[in-house]
Design a protein around this ligand. Structure first.
Ligand code: GLC
Length: 716
């Protein structure tokens, strides 16, 4: 009998085509049939982990485990089934630039290409789900995971996340957008209660998740660790049941962050579909039946406290994702470490690196100088394994020094001085600094590579770690004495370029006037050193634009100005509301060092011919961009909508459209951006609905939030 059943089930499931099931076919009927065949124990076995990175399957019925893997910018190394790294695994992979570098490209096509690499490499490694993208809003420059995320602006986050998710899922692998929701700090992340208004949720913290569901059809959402307005986010009646699954129409599965489930009844009734990582204390002999959605859930169903239909709905969502990601069929082959993937990593780095300052100093023609000194621990440090769960065992990583050595020119001697190094007590190594300054005095030019350094690696949780999961920074001051070192080097060598790496900005005013050129390189991935060098030596024209405002101290940012980062007594209130990032700096008319959307080029562009065409349900805004310089380059047309007669308090302007265009010298292109009613609406707290705000608006086109080049008023 069992044998016949098995054949029936397999026949039924493999009757599906070789491609993921499309909506509207008989998938739901297949799911119904499967659920009817399952015992309660089998169903409960599917809603919690069966190992470190798998959720339970039902072997009797040919239902596989879901195999998951971090992380947002590469497929993580093999952990085996119980967090014991498998040192024999073939798990060195493509290490893509981290999220904030991807967002800095403002190139939606690159978002898709980025996701395609991830999906293909995950497939090659036998994974069904990649745990990314990370889309949490950058609310403070101190958040230790800003490097993994995308932007302070919800529209830019949404646009880049949609491309990424489509890229992953077109490979037949599930993306898992995270962390839902309002997870914007690492301090007390497991228990901090985020008090946030519905308007700020809908206008700032939820749009990327809504777009992931409605525009990208994301298969999975990961519930966050923190609480939101009193309830844990990973089982949250309002956020998951009412907003995500009901209002947004999400039909996929909600997986908890690891150990983010705290209550069986809430997890059953308030939205968790799969519980992961709860019982890590008993490694390596984890008792998966001790999970909240295991024996205790089984008991609640059996004693009638919770209806079995609640579990059926979770299993339905899980099976729906399995069918949609073709887990019962034969997936196409994946690929890993291909040159195409490495070229994508390079391209994202080249287009994500931002030229902040250039007093006619860059690019440096190769062979121009007899000797160039490269200074800084970051010039040699390999970042890939840093950051926490998003760590990557990279097949290789070109350091900035290696990149510069490769491209400086055969007649240019490149030397190196470490200048500063990592120390646990944050001390400055005066000997290193002195040697670097002396070498700089003798060099024709200097390239200083500084900024943040990913924590040492996963083995060093906490302590003096930066840009790492579980730890926030305490300020944005340069670490290990870099500020004084930059000024000392600039004093002896005026031809000094500063390259800043890291997951967000650093204090700049105390040294930026002393150097002719500054580059923001983020964590640019395995080809980051190549990209940095190509930009310095002019092989690449930089086109990155800041996805976050660069202020000079963390205290300037709204979350700190209102005294609510990282909160206290396990409570943080987002009293700044919707006014984060440039929305705040514009409202308060505050200066910043470099504004949201800013980035320089080696060529110049002209914006002209603004045309606005209004129809019943949309406004089409077009303009012409001309490359007026002498070399190819890319520009980002940014469209901001500014309400001139708002019916309630609203931001001075909001990004509602953008397009990146590549142009040869003298070439011109017309960019067309379409606005729908959303662009003229705000979330009304009284009606709990989005409200179209009729009135006068100014449509602003520019290449930075503070460099508006064309504008036109319109009545809506
Ligand atoms: C971590 C992270 C999450 C990651 C998960 C699995 O704590 O918060 O982003 O995907 O656990 O490693």
């Amino acid at each position: 009998m069992k044998h016949l059943l098995f054949i029936f089930v397999i026949a039924m499931m493999t009757s599906c085509t070789n491609t993921p099931s499309a909506p509207g076919d008989n998938t739901e009927a297949k799911i119904d049939s499967l659920i009817q065949l399952m015992t309660l124990e089998e169903k409960v076995g599917m809603i919690h982990a069966s190992s470190s990175f798998t959720s339970g399957g039902v072997e009797r019925l040919g239902i596989p485990e879901i195999v998951m893997s971090d992380g947002p910018h590469g497929v993580r190394m093999e952990h085996g089934r119980d967090w014991v790294p498998d040192t024999n695994a073939r798990d060195a992979v493509t290490y893509l630039p981290t999220g904030i570098c991807l967002a800095s490209t403002w190139n939606k096509d690159l978002g898709y290409a980025f996701g395609s690499v991830l999906g293909s490499e995950a497939k090659d490694r036998g994974k069904d789900m990649i745990l990314g993208p990370g889309v949490n809003i950058i609310r403070s420059p101190l958040n230790g995971r800003n490097f993994e995320y995308l932007s302070e602006d919800p529209y830019l986050v949404a646009e880049m996340a949609v491309g990424y998710i489509k890229g992953v899922q077109d490979q037949g692998i599930s993306a898992c957008v995270k962390h839902f929701a309002a997870n914007n700090q690492e301090t007390e992340r497991f228990g901090v209660d985020v008090i946030v208004s519905e308007r700020a949720l809908h206008e700032i913290y939820l749009p990327a998740f809504k777009a992931s569901v409605q525009q990208a059809g994301v298969n999975a959402v990961m519930g966050a660790y923190n609480k939101v307005n009193g309830q844990h986010a990973t089982h949250h009646k309002f956020l998951i049941n009412e907003i995500l699954k009901n209002e947004f129409g999400f039909k996929g599965l909600v997986v908890s962050d690891w150990a983010a489930v705290h209550n069986t009844r809430e997890a059953l009734l308030d939205g968790t579909d799969i519980e992961m990582g709860t019982d890590l204390t008993q490694l390596p002999n984890v008792n998966y039946n001790a999970f909240y959605l295991a024996d205790s859930a089984l008991a609640m169903i059996k004693n009638g406290e919770v209806d079995e239909k609640v579990v059926d709905e979770k299993v339905r969502r899980i099976l729906r994702v399995m069918f949609k990601s073709n887990m019962f069929g034969q997936r196409s082959a994946g690929a890993v470490n291909t040159s195409e993937h490495q070229q994508t990593a390079l391209k994202v780095a080249e287009e994500g690196i931002v030229l902040l300052k250039n007093n006619d100093f860059l690019p440096i023609q190769p062979n121009k100088y007899k000797n160039i000194l490269v200074v800084g621990h970051n010039a040699i440090y390999k970042q890939a394994m840093g950051g926490g769960s998003s760590q990557i065992k990279a097949l290789y990583e070109v350091s900035p020094l290696e990149g510069i050595e490769k491209l400086a020119g055969a007649d240019t001697k490149v030397s190196f001085a470490e200048g500063y190094t990592r120390t646990n007590d944050m001390s400055v190594d005066a000997r290193l600094a002195k040697a670097a300054v002396e070498a700089a005095a003798e060099a024709d030019a200097v390239i200083f590579v500084g900024g943040w350094i990913h924590n040492f690696d996963m083995t060093q949780w906490g302590g003096t770690a930066f840009d790492m999961e579980g730890v926030d920074k305490s300020n944005i001051e340069l670490i290990y004495g870099q500020k004084d070192l930059i000024n000392s080097i600039a004093a002896v060598n005026a031809r000094t370029t500063v390259v800043i790496m890291g997951g967000s900005n650093v204090e700049m005013k105390s040294w930026m006037d002393n150097v002719p050129a500054i580059i923001q390189a983020w964590y640019p991935g395995m080809e980051g050193g190549t990209a940095i060098a190509k930009i310095i030596f002019g092989l690449t024209n930089p086109s990155g634009k800041l996805p976050m405002s660069f202020a000079n101290t963390h205290l300037d940012y709204p979350s700190h100005a209102v005294g609510e980062f990282p909160g206290k007594d396990l409570r943080v209130e987002y009293r700044e509301g919707i006014y984060i990032g440039y929305r705040y700096f514009d409202k308060e008319a505050k200066d910043v060092v470099y504004p949201f959307g800013y980035g320089l080029s080696y060529t110049s562009f002209n914006f002209s011919e603004l045309k606005v065409k209004k129809s019943k349900d949309k406004v089409v805004v077009s303009c012409t961009i001309t490359n007026t310089g002498s070399r190819e380059g890319a520009e980002v047309a940014q469209l901001y909508v500014a309400p001139l007669s708002p019916s309630t308090d609203r931001p001075v302007k909001e990004l509602k459209g953008f397009e990146k265009v590549m142009l040869q010298p003298g070439e011109l292109k017309t960019v067309e951006l379409v606005l729908n009613s959303d662009a003229f609406s705000f979330f009304d707290e009284t009606t709990k609905k989005w409200k179209f705000d009729a009135g006068q608006y100014e449509l602003q086109l520019g290449n930075s939030s503070r460099n508006i080049l064309l504008k036109e008023q319109i009545r809506m």
